[in-house]
Design a protein around this ligand. Structure first.
Ligand SMILES: Cc1cc2nc3c(=O)[nH]c(=O)nc-3n(C[C@H](O)[C@H](O)[C@H](O)COP(=O)(O)O)c2cc1C
Length: 450
């Protein structure tokens, strides 16, 4: 086992109400598809959040891009990526109707200031009574730049340099208020003990913030930090700040390599690999037989328009217009991308290794993952868990409601029976994940007040 301390699995779920497969929203109700207008239906969102909590999943994870998701609106017009909730507002609503499930918001370090981030996550942590998590991203869609007054997106190295500063400043801000800073003593009239507050005066090359924070310390001390860096720079960053790491290896061998590399990076950053949870992505297509599951996958894939197939690859490998490319020809030579470098490398490697055409490559990437019966999916989960490459999984159900129902009703009971998963919640997300809380009291401040 390489650095795995969990005795039971955790499951995050990529939260949405339309399904993760790019054509999932088009699947007919007879095959388990849902309403085509579900993506902004808050009643649906509440229903799913409560259902996931009832089933015992660990956390809802809301992805985000702060622009339209891609340049070519002809193909954007064919996916639910054209319209989605802003994560903090959605999760604040869901916090009020759930009690134990974690609430993980994606927020970019490239187009946010540390004070805003620290404050919003502190608020979400209070609103949810200790269930907030921050998926720290540096932004993968270059169009985001134009919405924040920049002509071009930050380069890969620069955005990670900024990300490191932003995370330091945000965690620094959470630490400007001691856990016991608020006596709220009616008798003495002291609400806030000023000895429990300090300035930060953070000054980096990219961001600066004075502090202190204008809210009491988050219930978890620090909301849990999620990260998915996968390139060398990204992985070093994940190893420095991440507590739960999202990964996207394609095979068990790749997952072993990823985990070993991450563990090395964690040790190099002075951290114990046992203090970090790794959750590979898992998008299950489930049928009562393998044939039925394969048919379902084929039906989903047939619903993908050719423009969408082009976009799947184009969006991930970067700044090339694929409009005139033949879908049934091999992937052409491509220039280096300023998007997710690791993802581009991984896609290009897959195409070259297996000699895939653009169409075949796009279908692999469009959202269908492990295909099989509930027992097959449980085998996959068990194999990766027992190999020590997964402490949990980040589930992305390809379509709703059928795709999620099959997992919750058939795969989870199977895993429970095998003794590798059980529903479990602590009082906070941090406790659920068995991660230590960074305590901070007035005594730790040694007299520095603000
Ligand atoms: C499960 C998962 C979810 C992700 N969610 C987002 C997201 O919501 N927004 C975003 O900009 N990037 C997201 N990413 C991309 C990562 O932030 C990161 O760019 C990517 O994993 C590659 O890392 P690299 O920059 O080191 O190559 C996600 C990645 C994974 C694996």
């Amino acid at each position: 086992m390489t650095g795995t301390s969990s005795t039971t699995l955790d499951f995050g779920v990529l939260f949405g109400t339309s399904g993760h497969h790019l054509a999932g929203w088009r699947l007919g109700a007879d095959l388990g598809g849902g309403s085509a207008g579900a993506e902004l239906d808050v009643t649906e969102a509440i229903r799913w959040a409560q259902r996931y909590e009832e089933a015992g999943l660990t956390a809802l994870f809301v992805a985000d891009v702060v622009s339209v998701w891609g340049e070519h609106l002809d193909s954007l017009s064919r996916t639910t990526r054209a319209s989605y909730f802003e994560p903090f507002t959605l999760l604040s609503a869901l916090a009020a109707v759930t009690e134990r499930i974690g609430l993980v918001a994606t927020a970019t370090t490239s187009y946010n200031e540390p004070f805003t981030l620290a404050r919003k996550f502190a608020s979400l942590d209070h609103i949810s009574r200790g269930r907030a998590g921050w998926n720290v991203v540096t932004s993968v869609v270059p169009l985001e730049a134009g919405n924040f007054g920049r002509d071009a997106h930050y380069g890969h190295a620069e955005r990670y340099a900024r990300a490191a500063e932003v995370v330091d400043a945000v965690t620094g801000l959470w630490d400007t208020v001691a856990d016991d800073a608020f006596p709220r003593d009616k008798e003495s009239g002291i609400y806030l003990d000023l000895a429990g507050r300090r300035a930060l005066d953070y000054r980096g090359d990219h961001v600066a913030t004075a502090g202190p924070l204008n809210i009491s310390r988050p219930p978890q001390g620090h909301p849990v930090i999620f990260q998915a860096g996968a390139s060398e720079t990204g992985r070093a960053f994940a190893a420095r700040v991440g507590e739960v790491i999202f990964a996207a290896p394609r095979t068990l061998a790749e997952a072993h390599r990823y985990r070993a590399g991450l563990d090395d990076a964690l040790r190099a950053a002075g951290r114990n690999p046992a203090d970090v949870r790794v959750w590979p992505a898992l998008s299950p297509v489930i049928g009562s037989t393998q044939e039925e599951a394969a048919r379902l996958r084929d039906t989903l894939d047939e619903l993908l328009h050719e423009d969408v197939l082009r976009r799947v690859i184009q969006d991930n490998v970067g700044d090339v217009d694929f409009s005139d490319f033949d879908l049934d020809a091999p992937l052409p030579e491509l220039p280096e991308s300023n998007r997710s470098r690791s993802r581009a490398d991984s896609i290009i490697a897959l195409a070259r290794e297996e000699g895939l055409t653009l169409r075949q490559l796009a279908l692999r990437w469009a959202g269908a993952g492990v295909v099989g019966t509930p027992a097959d999916i449980a085998d996959h989960i068990q194999e990766w868990f027992e190999a020590g490459v997964a402490d949990g999984f980040n589930l992305a159900f390809p379509f709703l409601p059928g795709g999620a129902d099959a997992f919750l009703d058939h795969v989870l009971p199977e895993l429970e029976q095998r003794g590798i998963w059980r529903p479990h919640y602590g009082d906070t997300l941090r406790e659920t994940l068995s991660l230590a809380r960074p305590d901070l009291t007035i005594a730790d401040f040694a007299g520095a007040t603000a």
